[in-house]
Design a binder for this molecule. Sequence first.
Ligand SMILES: *[C@@H]1O[C@H](CO)[C@@H](O)[C@H](O)[C@H]1NC(C)=O
Ligand SMILES: *[C@@H]1O[C@H](CO)[C@@H](O)[C@H](O)[C@H]1NC(C)=O
Ligand SMILES: *[C@@H]1O[C@H](CO)[C@@H](O)[C@H](O)[C@H]1NC(C)=O
Ligand SMILES: *[C@@H]1O[C@H](CO)[C@@H](O)[C@H](O)[C@H]1NC(C)=O
Ligand SMILES: *[C@@H]1O[C@H](CO)[C@@H](O)[C@H](O)[C@H]1NC(C)=O
Length: 268
Amino acid sequence: WLQVIRLLFSMQLCTTLTVLGLLVTGSQAQGLMPTISLPPCDSPEAEAAALVAQGFLNTQHTHGYKYVLNQIDEIKIVSGPLQADTYHLELDFLETTCHVLDPTPVSLCPVRQKINTAVEADCDFVLANTTQGLSVVAFKCKTETESEGGCGGCLQLVPLNDTDGLQLIETSLDHFNKNNPLNTKFALLEIGRMESQIVSGGPRYFAEYAIIGTNCTSQDDDICIPQNHTVAIHGLCLAEGSANRVNCKIFAPVNTTLLLHINAIQLL
Ligand SMILES: *[C@@H]1O[C@H](CO)[C@@H](O)[C@H](O)[C@H]1NC(C)=O
Ligand SMILES: *[C@@H]1O[C@H](CO)[C@@H](O)[C@H](O)[C@H]1NC(C)=O
Ligand SMILES: *[C@@H]1O[C@H](CO)[C@@H](O)[C@H](O)[C@H]1NC(C)=O
Ligand SMILES: *[C@@H]1O[C@H](CO)[C@@H](O)[C@H](O)[C@H]1NC(C)=O
Ligand SMILES: *[C@@H]1O[C@H](CO)[C@@H](O)[C@H](O)[C@H]1NC(C)=O
């Protein structure tokens, strides 16, 4: 519901801008001057461009979580006679609970709740509409965390070097390595977040971390080397309180050729 209300609000804002936009374009000489149009934020062009930006944002990262489009704050299309139209967008994204390595389509990923300290990203994107379609030429994002602070039993984020949190990750991963049905030892790839909650009897810890398959089986007592990213299986684990309360979701290998390709894009 909040999302719907926000969208309505932003549509109003954009409609106001559209009127101004028509005035600007109308008074401009037709011909060689680039023209600027400000289509409504709920127009098909705006939505198509925002979805391309969302797809880009989620394949651009090799760590962290996927982001879902929350609202289009502004769109401006610059058309010149000799070049492709460029789209300038101001977009607002919310962090989901799906890791970037998770193949679940972002539309099916739950948004992280504010009570769990959500992350929001405000981004500026520039896209070009060429004969090949829309592509991102530049982007810049800034993230901020939002929480509903000041509640007694709430989960609080703790720094990623927190000793008790790291201990939970180590023991729970060890437990998973000895007991997983894939008979594979995994290595820690990255820590997503660590939280603590004050309950009677002391703090209780929660950890989310990504893992990568190694060349060892569960029984091997050897040097275990993470497999090449392109062929490795990955996973996202949620551990809670004690070592044996760990739940890992395992993902098939990703093709990182695409990721490497996309990383060549310029940052605003
Ligand atoms: C891109 O340009 C083509 C025509 O060149 C147009 O048909 C299409 O709607 C444009 N795409 C978007 C998303 O506006
Ligand atoms: C965690 O990192 C912060 C700053 O980087 C440092 O001040 C703090 O001492 C570290 N804590 C531990 C437990 O290593
Ligand atoms: C994994 O690879 C490393 C480095 O190549 C090697 O030393 C180790 O023996 C391998 N482990 C297993 C169980 O094959
Ligand atoms: C990992 O895969 C890439 C691409 O397939 C390859 O170029 C690279 O040599 C591989 N690295 C290792 C350590 O096998
Ligand atoms: C990875 O993706 C690239 C580009 O789409 C493709 O050419 C390549 O065959 C893919 N590799 C694998 C192992 O799927």
